[in-house]
Ligand binder design. Sequence first.
Ligand code: UDP
Ligand code: MG
Length: 311
Amino acid sequence: MISVVAPVYNEGAGVDRFLRRMDEVLAGYEYELILVDDGSRDDSWNRIAACAVLDPRIHGVRLSRNFGKEAALLAGLEHATGDATVVIDADLQHPPSAIPEMIRRWRSGAQVVEAVKRNRTGQSLSSRLGARVFNGAFTRLTQVDLVDATDFRLLGRPALDALLRMPEHSSFFRGTSSWIGFTRETVEIDIDHREGGTSRWTARSLFRLAVNGLTSFTSAPLHLVTGVGLTFAAFSLVLGVQTLVRWMQGHSVAGFPTVILLLLITGTFVLLGLGVIGEYLARIHEEVRGRPRYLIQEHAGGHRVTETTGP
Ligand code: UDP
Ligand code: MG
């Protein structure tokens, strides 16, 4: 049995389009479709609930508010019961036509099948550049290869169980689903233009995702701060001795620009360093508080109405 998990946030009419498409693509498979409504403020939930009543294969999970895509994914994954689970965006930017190929790869032995982007037509230049810089930095710092990766993935049961054992509060699906290892294969996809609506990500939420992803995977930025500090210390020693010697020799020290520059540079690095430490502190704080990663308001269809909270 195949589970398909899709997060939905204010997709409106896109929900019906998505369900029709899935119905076409998955005809011939035994499957369940888990739609997680991430606190939509439009009629997405009503549409999901209406379809779930008609079709027993559809299971709607409604989160109590917008918890973000990562939390919505997690909620969906925790409800998946299939032998293999496919994660896909509900906006049809991930071509559902790739699913049969992913299932084929899984049947021939792969535990994780990742869809990688062949192109990025649906995206602006700035987001392409941002993704490039982030994926490149992430791959280099963490040895988890993210280049051209997407959230569109198939996970076999053992891989999914491994993933769900991770206790982190702020998960980063693209990273964690690579970190677990397992036999992996990739299929190439073309990212389509968004059909209806606009991207739910803002520059700010993307920046947060990037920072969360990095801080949850590597402490390299902390070591970088140490490295920069040591470099500064070396320079300080040389410059300090030089300044003292010149002062003792009676040379008046003319260096207004030097003083200003040094102040600015050290100020910047000190604040950046504090910021980096602060990001990790915030992560620790979040994990220690240990609040549930999402809250469920209600279910539709799927015959499961027992749980009310996440783990
Ligand atoms: N999404 C979500 N919660 C959010 C933002 C997005 O569940 O807070 C869902 C959205 O409905 C879509 C998927 O995540 O199914 C990808 O979102 P989007 O298309 O906005 O991202 P992009 O394709 O630009 O990366
Ligand atoms: Mg999209």
